[in-house]
Design a protein around this ligand. Structure first.
Ligand code: NCD
Length: 336
């Protein structure tokens, strides 16, 4: 694995290796000194052409915990505004010593273009390309889901390493049309053995969804009545909406939001045939009161802050695997 561009092209073995390595990395993050020397002397550049809070900071934290040097590049305030091309920007960053480029871009396929056109020798990590893919978000969601799924079936004490999501039913709710998180999750969760259902207003469901390996619902209440083990709520991406996709925020919340009433329904759902309750995820940033009520976001079943924490572990694993090429056999120096 030289790059991480999508989950559609991520083999099961590579996905498992990332999740298992992330479990090792999370042990490092609970130590008093949260550092490994494994990427000492390497440089990771975050190249963000779109706004971000948690993804950029999470990659930076991950790189620093592995002792890499980090350079943060934001398109705003850079030579991009003077017309510099992506190719020239990346080649400049490589000449400045970058070994890995973590890129977020408004254009679908931007990270693929960097990798496929051989513009750089750097490892390329897609941190979100338009509405296309966001592979590390799906991987951190999978890590979060796998922990709960495994703990429900085998107890808290045993490690989820080497396990899958076989049989888990995941419901993804909301603005599927604009969501790279939904797309990456559909491919990855399916690869890991989960079954995925979608629920969205017809206007926020892409035309091509008919060919995806999913079941589509148009009523949130009917989808919950059909049962699921996890609900992933998506942000309404107003910044990507040119026209009116639904009447107003209150109407959206009433029909598509995880309201207090629907939280009461989710609280009755169980993880598979166990006694453990179903879980709630959201990639952030949240529009509280629109797609998710404060009661749901802050409930015992919410895994939203765990997702953020797990994001650092997943990104440590991705950078480690891409830049050292080692899978499962670390030398003493780099071993978590
Ligand atoms: C997501 C994104 O940017 O794709 N956020 C994130 O990375 N945590 C989802 C969103 O913006 O709604």
């Amino acid at each position: 694995m030289k790059h991480l561009l999508s989950t559609a092209s991520l083999a099961h073995a590579d996905a498992s290796a990332i999740l298992d390595t992330a479990e090792e990395m999370s042990a490092v993050s609970t130590r008093e000194v949260k550092k490994l020397p494994t990427l000492r002397g390497r440089t990771v550049v975050t190249l963000f052409h779109e706004d971000s809070t948690r993804t950029r900071v999470s990659f930076e934290a991950a790189a620093k915990r592995l002792s890499a040097d980090v350079m943060n590049f934001s398109a705003k305030g850079s030579s991009v505004s003077k017309g510099e091309s992506l190719k020239d920007t990346v080649q400049t960053l490589e000449a400045l010593g970058a070994d890995a480029v973590v890129m977020r871009h408004a254009a679908a396929g931007a990270a693929h273009q960097l990798a496929a056109a051989d513009w750089t020798d750097c490892a390329v990590v897609n941190a979100g390309d338009g509405t296309h893919e966001h592979p590390t978000q799906a991987l951190l969601d999978a890590l979060t889901l796998r922990r709960d799924w495994h703990a429900a079936h085998h107890g808290e004490g045993s490690s989820p390493r080497g396990t899958d999501l076989t049989g888990m039913r995941v419901l993804i709710v909301g603005d599927i049309l604009h969501s790279r998180v939904a797309r990456s999750n559909i491919w990855l969760l399916t690869t890991l053995g989960a079954t995925v259902s979608l629920v969205a207003p017809g206007t926020l469901l892409p035309v091509g969804a008919g060919s995806w390996p999913v079941t589509v619902h148009y009523s949130f209440d009917e989808a919950l009545a059909a049962g699921c083990d996890a609900v992933i709520m998506l942000r309404v991406q107003a910044e990507r909406m040119g026209g009116a996709f639904f009447p107003n925020a209150a109407e959206y919340a009433r029909r598509w939001g995880l309201t207090e009433e629907r939280l009461a329904v989710v609280n009755q759902l169980r993880l598979g045939d166990t006694d453990a309750p179903a879980v709630i995820l959201h990639p952030g940033p949240m529009n509280r009161g629109v797609e998710i009520s404060a009661a749901a976001a802050d409930s015992a079943q919410s895994r939203i802050t765990e997702q953020v924490t797990n994001g650092v572990s997943v990104r440590m694993a991705v950078l480690h695997l891409l830049l050292t090429g080692s899978r499962g056999h670390h030398d003493d120096r780099s071993s978590p």
